[in-house]
Design a protein around this ligand. Structure first.
Ligand code: ZN
Length: 263
């Protein structure tokens, strides 16, 4: 549009873009069916034309430059409907409708060994379960670790071990909810929200289905997202390998996120 405006200024004094509204103006019966022309910006003028017009005009507080130009120097050029003008706060909301949302996905996987000599102390997705616990530097919550890694992945960050190294005594026996809260803060800082979260446990025992609802509730409250966008599922390893032998629990997570600045 700017090129079009500059081209017109080669042989005209001004180039005022306009669009024709599909609506009609009704003020009086006489004016019924009159077409509404809306004037847009940017407008182009030969410098002397606009400079002299401002200097010579008796009009104060003109709403538009084209208003000051003598009629014989006014020339129009076809504008563009999508040339949106942001003037009032509401215009920003309208403008956002035209922004395309950015969707991103992330994957996370984690596995921990079971301490077969322990009788209880297992924690999955923040829920205490009466079952042999997992061995790890923190509380070894595989579910939360996988969720964190999927969020970090979607945000193109490093893996969980980078932020919470397992050789740092600071994180020894720490509640993994802390890591999940860190992931939530990262989402907020980078202006993304979670579209949906899908978690899958791979283990022979315990029966995850019994704790699904509690886990969903917990994750929902920590991440501050609705329960109906969280899925927690489980599968056994069909007694194959060391997970099949009940020596470990694995979890995988996929998350989809979307940027906040769009509808
Ligand atoms: Zn882990």
């Amino acid at each position: 549009m700017i090129i079009k405006i500059l081209n017109q200024l080669k042989n005209k004094y001004s180039a005022i873009p306009y669009i024709i509204s599909p609506d009609k103006k009704i003020i009086s019966k006489k004016e019924f069916n009159q077409t509404i022309k809306s004037i847009q910006t940017p407008q182009g003028f030969r410098f002397k034309t606009i400079f002299d017009s401002h200097n010579n005009s008796s009009i104060k507080n003109a709403k538009d430059d084209s208003f000051l130009i003598p009629e014989n120097k006014l020339a129009f050029v076809k504008g563009e409907k999508l040339n949106l003008k942001i003037t009032y706060p509401d215009d920003i909301n309208y403008f956002k409708l035209f922004l395309k949302p950015t969707y991103r996905s992330g994957i996370g996987y984690d596995i921990h060994k079971i301490n077969t000599t322990s009788k209880n102390g297992l924690k999955l997705c923040g829920i205490k379960i009466n079952h042999s616990k997992l061995i790890g530097h923190s509380d070894a919550d595989v579910g939360i670790h996988a969720i964190c890694d999927s969020i970090f992945g979607a945000l193109s960050m490093n893996d969980i071990g980078f932020y919470f190294p397992n050789d740092d005594s600071k994180w020894k026996n720490k509640n993994s909810i802390i890591f999940l809260k860190f992931a939530r803060e990262q989402l907020k800082e980078k202006k993304f929200y979670i579209v949906n979260l899908d978690v899958n446990f791979i283990c022979e025992k315990p029966n995850i289905n019994k704790y699904r609802k509690q886990m969903i509730k917990k994750i929902s409250s920590v991440l501050k997202i609705p329960e109906n966008i969280i899925s927690i599922k489980a599968t056994s390893n069909e007694k194959i390998g060391f997970i099949g032998d009940g020596l470990g629990i694995a979890a995988e997570s996929i998350v989809q996120i979307c940027n906040e600045d769009t509808y």
